[in-house]
Write a protein that binds this ligand. Structure first.
Ligand code: MN
Length: 207
């Protein structure tokens, strides 16, 4: 009985065309995301007691409580699982445009305007060396929006931040279509952000 399961992709493989091609979505979701999940469940075999009843987010936020012998596996595979759960949920074939409501207000207050915000997030994504993610997070203490980057599959949850939006810059996220042109992919993904959903993540992170 697996502890964690793969969330359904909320659209078809070709729904994010032309910005993200169908083959990339299929491989990214059905192989990469699924493999992180399977590896996470495998790494937890025999340690079910420490995770039963907890979300992957709760586990990553308290990762120092995971036994040392499996901790790095949970950081890598659990991070890969959780990061991709957020990644797919925040995208939509009907995405793009601008945030509204409380999220829009916070962006304007903290980043001056949407363009400055977009520039800050894009800059985080474009300056990652190697594999990792750019993030928009809510700091759990100050409740302020922040932008940041993490390497590998490290989650902002493990450093006191709640992620609400992300750009995956691992090569598997774009290489079939964009090859070495990572910056072009980063610019294109803005056409896909589901601001209604990201706004809900934001309001949940404030609680
Ligand atoms: Mn990925």
């Amino acid at each position: 009985m697996p502890i964690f399961t793969l969330p359904n992709l909320p659209y078809s493989y070709d729904a994010l065309e032309p910005h993200i091609d169908a083959r990339t979505v299929e491989i990214h979701y059905d192989r990469h995301h699924r493999t992180y999940l399977n590896n996470l469940n495998a790494s937890l075999e025999g340690n079910e007691n420490i995770v039963t009843g907890k979300t992957i987010e709760e586990i990553l936020a308290n990762v120092e409580q995971v036994p040392t012998e499996i901790r790095q596996k949970v950081i890598n595979q659990g991070g890969g699982y959780a990061n991709h759960n957020l990644y797919w949920a925040q995208l939509s074939p009907n995405g793009g445009g601008f945030p509204t409501g409380k999220l829009a207000k916070a962006i304007n207050e903290q980043f001056t305007d949407f363009n400055k915000f977009q520039e800050a997030v894009t800059n985080q994504a474009k300056t990652i060396f190697g594999s990792g993610y750019a993030w928009v997070v809510v700091d759990n203490a100050s409740k302020k929006l922040e932008v940041m980057q993490t390497a590998n599959q490290n989650s902002p949850l493990s450093v006191g931040k709640t992620p609400i939006m992300t750009i995956d810059v691992w090569e598997h996220a774009y290489y079939l279509k964009y090859q070495n042109l990572r910056p072009t992919h980063i610019d294109a993904i803005w056409k896909l952000f589901n601001w209604d959903q990201i706004g809900k993540f934001y309001e949940k992170a404030l609680k």
